[in-house]
Design a protein around this ligand. Structure first.
Ligand SMILES: Nc1ncnc2c1ncn2[C@@H]1O[C@H](COP(=O)(O)OP(=O)(O)OP(=O)(O)O)[C@@H](O)[C@H]1O
Length: 305
């Protein structure tokens, strides 16, 4: 995204901040949170902390937060926590701005906006003073997402990943699950309808941002502030396909592979085995068939200067 102008944000009064914290996100991230909250208070912010106890709490807490009470709602967790928070926020028109304390496993949103999860000073400074930008959201079968929604192997990996292993091994748990799935998964064909055409693939990811799974570019033209879906369609199946795409992604070469298509669209339909999972922002959010589009709602996302 283009760099936003910081001056107006610096000049405003101290921000009232609601921090919605998912204590199960990432691995042992409590200290990072404590450090960031201490810095926020030192910078003059009024901080209210709400801790989730189960899936769904973050969405509910965000739904309760009005712009009369808070200037910023902070999702403290991984991209799944951010997903819950945006789904809560969009249900009210008087919504505060959105910010993030990245405590998750992949933290793709943080990468997208140039926030270093390990830098509590930068994270707190962003929340306290950072300018904001209008960000468009995706909608998948009525559920909002911020970064991506995908069907095929990646959704099966998200569904099958061992949560305990993820807490211990982080991203490696996704690699383990991908290898396990590569041998058992039958790679059914998906049909992707976009712009009046039908595309076929074994995996399809509608990207709102550039990155996928980490600092890896899957959709080079995607921008959170541009209301478009960049749909990455991967046609190869089997272990060969998984190895090919699994190697190309970290080398940022995925979109350059000759058989891979990246289609720009306002809305798409993914048809495939009825009931197959669709992942959104790293959690299962819907089942096929899936209608995916740009939502009419937007959020104001606070980002580093
Ligand atoms: N208190 C809680 N107990 C159990 N699950 C929770 C709780 N709070 C939130 N969740 C759920 O935890 C899931 C994972 O959270 P999140 O994605 O933020 O962390 P992560 O998986 O470690 O990070 P990443 O998405 O970056 O891989 C989400 O589906 C969220 O709804």
């Amino acid at each position: 995204m283009d760099s936003p102008t910081p001056d107006a944000a610096r000049a405003e009064r101290a921000r009232r901040v609601l921090v919605i914290y998912n204590p199960t996100a990432g691995r042992k991230r409590g200290k990072r949170l404590t450090d960031t909250l201490a810095l926020l208070r030192a910078k003059g912010c009024e901080v209210v902390e709400r801790r989730t106890t189960r899936r769904g709490d973050a969405e509910e807490f965000a739904r309760d937060a009005s712009s009369d009470d808070f200037d910023v709602v902070v999702a403290a967790g991984g991209d799944g926590t951010v997903n819950e928070v945006i789904n809560g926020m969009v249900s009210r028109p008087d919504r505060p701005r959105l910010a993030v304390i990245p405590l998750g496993t992949a933290n793709v949103l943080a990468l997208e906006i140039g926030l270093d999860p390990k830098d509590a000073e930068q994270v707190s400074d962003t929340i306290a003073h950072g300018p904001s930008r209008t960000v468009h959201l995706g909608l998948a079968n009525g559920r909002h997402f911020l970064l991506m929604a995908g069907a095929g192997l990646d959704a099966h990996v998200v569904e099958g990943v061992n949560v305990a292993l993820k807490r211990h091994a982080g991203k490696l748990a996704y690699v383990v699950e991908s290898v396990r799935q590569a041998f058992g998964y039958d790679f059914p064909e998906l049909q992707i309808r976009a712009n009046g055409q039908t595309y076929e693939g074994r995996m399809a990811v509608a990207c709102r941002g550039r990155f996928y799974g980490g600092p890896f570019v899957a959709a080079p033209d995607a921008r959170l502030d541009r209301p478009k879906l960049e749909v990455c369609i991967l046609p190869k199946s089997g272990v060969g396909g998984v190895v090919r795409y699994g190697l190309a992604l970290p080398m940022n070469k995925l979109a350059e592979l000759p058989e891979v298509q990246v289609v720009s669209a306002d809305s798409i339909t993914i048809l495939g085995p009825r009931g197959a999972p669709l992942q959104g922002d790293g959690d299962i959010v819907a089942r096929l068939p899936a209608e995916i589009s740009i939502a009419s709602e937007t959020v104001e996302l606070v980002m580093p200067e």
